[in-house]
Design a protein around this ligand. Structure first.
Ligand code: IMP
Ligand code: MG
Length: 181
């Protein structure tokens, strides 16, 4: 753990330590296991940002029948802002019609990505569709459906680590860091 990181002109400091992340992921995993026992859910991770979260989350979900799948979306724009233009880079591989789907996201910022994903997956007629996001920028997110499983609500700040990138780097950091600017 580094107390702070200087990257370009930004100073990043620790917002959420590894231990708190792991405790929260375990809590979410237990909650999902309780809610989905006997229903063979498909956990659908959104690449790339959710790769560490989903890896830890599935190991905290004590359901043997859970399946894992991935979907990849792209959005173009600034390094720290989402652009509003979302493309589907890779669709889910599983046939989700009639299945219980849980979308696993790293962070909900403006809410555009999860709204896009929800519309896209609802068209495939799953039996149910819920969202889990490790982080939610609550004041900023504009969504008209609930994120059922939320790890942490954070302010309108830019964060890196535990899957989250700045210019495609720093995803491997075990703690989550924040910058004010
Ligand atoms: P949204 O569509 O504005 O909700 O943005 C969601 C996506 O933008 C996330 O899945 C992340 O990939 C990325 N993103 C949003 N905020 C941050 C951040 O603070 N750090 C790193 N990536 C972010
Ligand atoms: Mg993402």
């Amino acid at each position: 753990m580094m107390p702070s990181l200087k990257i370009d002109e930004h100073i990043f400091t620790i917002l959420i330590e590894e231990k708190r992340i792991q405790e929260t992921v375990k809590r979410l995993g237990q909650q999902i296991a309780d809610d989905y026992r006997g229903r063979k859910p498909i956990l659908t991770g959104i690449l790339n940002g959710s790769f560490l979260f989903i890896a830890d989350l599935v190991r905290a979900i004590d359901i043997y029948e859970a399946e894992i799948d991935f979907l990849k979306i792209g959005s173009y724009g600034d390094h720290m802002l989402s652009s509003g233009t979302i493309t589907l880079d890779k669709d889910v591989s599983a046939d989700i019609r009639g299945r219980h789907v849980i979308v696993i996201e790293d962070i909900v910022d403006s809410g555009l990505s999860v709204t896009f994903i929800r519309n896209h997956l609802m068209a495939k007629e799953p039996a149910s569709l819920e969202f889990a996001s490790l982080l939610v920028k609550k004041q900023k997110a504009k969504i008209d459906f609930p994120i059922k499983y939320v790890g942490f609500e954070i302010g309108n700040e830019f964060v890196i680590g535990y899957g989250l990138d700045y210019k495609q780097q720093y995803r491997h950091l075990r703690d989550i860091y924040v910058t004010k600017s």
